[in-house]
Write a protein that binds this ligand. Structure first.
Ligand code: GDP
Ligand code: IMO
Ligand code: MG
Length: 433
């Protein structure tokens, strides 16, 4: 039995989508287990670019069954939009896409609730997709609606008639004097969602059985994490995190596949660090429009896939990635976007933090502590050469090879892949797959 997980070891956008696309074809299922359409996973095949927020990256491969597990929160219009966009691009999605009937549903009032909260002084800098409020309703139990419930019109209407008036009161209260909030009408919301339900129906099933039956039949599963481990609700930089378990610990609860089946965990890191939204970021390069941060942002096209926000950019943080490698149980790492660093005289890697005059190599995940940490850097020589056409490790400039080796040493894991461009072909396989 073979279950692999691809997980990001930073704050997201590590290029998980590229790795899932590269190895997805060796699996029978590709499964999302957390998050929703706050994710943005990009895959590039020559001149074709695919951006998926909700559907697993495996959906691009017709020989793979893609599964949206119960731990995901589903916004039906986004599901249908992505299915339609793939169909328009010649990728038809039918029986090879399954979505859990246990997955919770995002409604427009979740986005309104989030928008009102984000206008208060408790802003997280979210993607505005209603992710947090939907998970709040799931765990609060009284206000959550699961995808399976959409297939029962009378039941759905009754639930919405009970929930929507309450939501209207909550949103009004959150908005306070600012006002300007929209009132939701339960019947209108219900009619809209019953329309989506008809198109969703063929895909909805209890995917825990699908996956466990698959395992019994010897099928191979690839789990695709959304977000990065530093955004994990338990182990990330709380409260500046997302509302789900992006670490592989989310797999068991978010898919129904017991953790004992996991055989390989691939940790994905960028050769530097990025972060979108608020929260501490010790190695951030806030060095102005002529600075290295802006240069990396431009060359790496570091703008959010979902919201288009400029991503915050910084040096590689080995303290943070060693912490997430430990928590995720990663067996290996893939180092992505190495090409972006070409042309810099020197590169820095954060090897420790200083806090209150003390050096530490452990990661404090409380945001209020982390923001007081200053990075201790090691400086390495840079390289001038363009890496985007390199296909073998031996052809990398010595300084680039040494940089990757140092990351590997600091995280204490082997590097299996180095990526030197967005395209599938721009990949250097070092060992294994
Ligand atoms: P994900 O959320 O982890 O799947 O990552 P995103 O897709 O949001 O962000 C990664 C971005 O980097 C995408 O635009 C990819 O096309 C791009 N990318 C992936 N690998 C490389 C690489 O090695 N070099 C460069 N320059 N871009 C890359
Ligand atoms: P992928 O899968 C980067 C960030 C948001 C915000 C915080 C909470 O593409 O790596 P949320 O909308 O989830 O409540 O926002 O999490 N965030 C991401 N940052 N990549 C992502 O996904 C993200 N998903 C959420 O910017 O700081
Ligand atoms: Mg992304």
């Amino acid at each position: 039995m073979s279950c692999t997980c691809v997980v990001g070891l930073q704050w997201g956008d590590e290029a998980k989508g590229k790795i899932v696309d590269l190895i997805g074809g060796d699996h029978d299922f590709v499964v999302r287990y957390n998050g929703g359409n706050n994710a943005g996973h990009t895959v590039v095949w020559g001149d074709r670019i695919f951006k998926l927020s909700l559907l697993p990256t495996g959906t691009l491969n017709p020989n793979v069954t893609s599964v949206i597990g119960n731990g995901v929160v589903v916004y039906p219009p986004q599901f249908l939009k992505e299915v339609d966009a793939l169909a328009a691009g010649g990728i038809s999605v039918g029986k090879n896409l399954a979505v859990s009937d246990h997955a919770h549903v995002i409604f427009p009032y979740h986005m309104a609730e989030e928008s009102a909260t984000e206008k208060t002084d408790s802003s997280i800098g979210t993607t505005g997709r209603g992710i947090g409020p939907c998970y709040q309703d799931k765990f609060g139990r009284t206000g959550g609606i699961r995808l399976g419930e959409l297939l029962h019109p009378k039941h759905l209407r009754e639930r919405l008639q009970s929930i929507v008036p309450r939501k209207n009161r909550v949103i009004r209260a959150l908005a306070g004097d600012a006002g300007g909030v929209k009132e939701f009408d339960a019947d209108q919301v219900c009619d809209e969602y019953l329309g989506y339900a008809e198109r969703l129906r063929p895909h909805v099933q209890d995917t825990a059985y699908l996956l466990n039956d698959g395992l019994k039949a010897g099928k191979r599963i690839l789990f695709e994490a959304a977000q990065g481990s530093l955004l994990d609700v338990d182990h990330g930089t709380y409260p500046y995190v997302t509302s789900s378990h992006s670490l592989p610990s989310g797999i068991w609860s978010g898919s129904g596949v017991p953790a004992k089946h996991l055989t390989r965990i691939i940790g994905v890191v960028k050769a530097y660090t990025t972060r979108v939204g608020r929260g501490p970021f010790p190695t951030e390069l806030a060095d102005g429009p002529e600075g290295i941060g802006e240069r990396i942002r431009k060359i790496g096209r570091e703008y959010g896939t979902v919201t288009g926000r400029p991503r915050r950019v910084g040096w590689f943080d080995a303290v943070a990635s060693r912490y997430t490698a430990m928590l995720s149980g990663a067996d290996e790492i893939t180092v992505m976007l190495l090409d972006v660093l070409s042309g810099l005289d020197e590169l820095r890697i954060c090897v420790a933090y200083e806090l209150d005059g003390q050096r530490r190599t452990t990661f404090p995940s409380d945001a209020f502590v982390l923001e007081r940490c200053t990075p201790v850097y090691e400086t390495l020589p840079g390289w001038k050469e363009d890496l985007t056409k390199v296909r073998k490790a031996a052809d990398l400039p010595v300084a680039a090879r040494k940089y990757v080796e140092r990351i590997s040493e600091l995280i204490a894991l082997p590097v299996s892949v180095v990526s030197v461009g967005p395209d599938r072909a721009q990949t250097i396989m070092l060992q294994g797959k």
